[in-house]
Design a binder for this molecule. Sequence first.
Ligand code: SF4
Length: 192
Amino acid sequence: MEQAAAAASACTLCAPHLPLGPRPIHQLHAKARIVITSQAPGTKAHLSGIPFEDASGERLRDWLGLDRDRFYDPTQVAILPMGMCYPGHLPRGGDAPPRPECAPTWHPRILPLFARPRLRLLVGAHAIRFVLGRGMPFAERIRRYAETLPDHFPLPHPSWRTLVWAKRNPWFDAEVIPALRQEVARALAPTG
Ligand code: SF4
């Protein structure tokens, strides 16, 4: 895993498409029990090199029931996004989608190197579509999270837009978040 992580850190595969240049951001350790597949870093993460160190990260940690220490402990939580580098902005605002080269190049190489992964969180529509396919509308996929357990837990991206979405879909806070915390606790529980 160390070699693969170093190779990923040195990746320049889609450099011509990256407005701020390559800076792959990930958190990888073979012992991680939870693997978070999120979208792509924003400008803040690009500058700091630290994933989810923003309001979205605070929201995600709250959803998971994890404090910063556990979230940033690579032996517990891995972060392998759909795109490891900041992909730039869309012409009408908002971040561009993750670069399409990234996940097909790196996920097959890195995922088999986790020794005992117990749960993979698919955070956002790009990760959900890539791993689970397009067979279901987004909200339905989230609501029917139990169908992809114990391996995968589909989630919306924890951006402020999701707060609006969650207000329209109150089952998310009432049912999905408690189940998510339970699955995270299960995944991180010590083995006997
Ligand atoms: S986005 Fe992924 S494929 Fe592209 S340069 Fe960064 S690490 Fe490499």
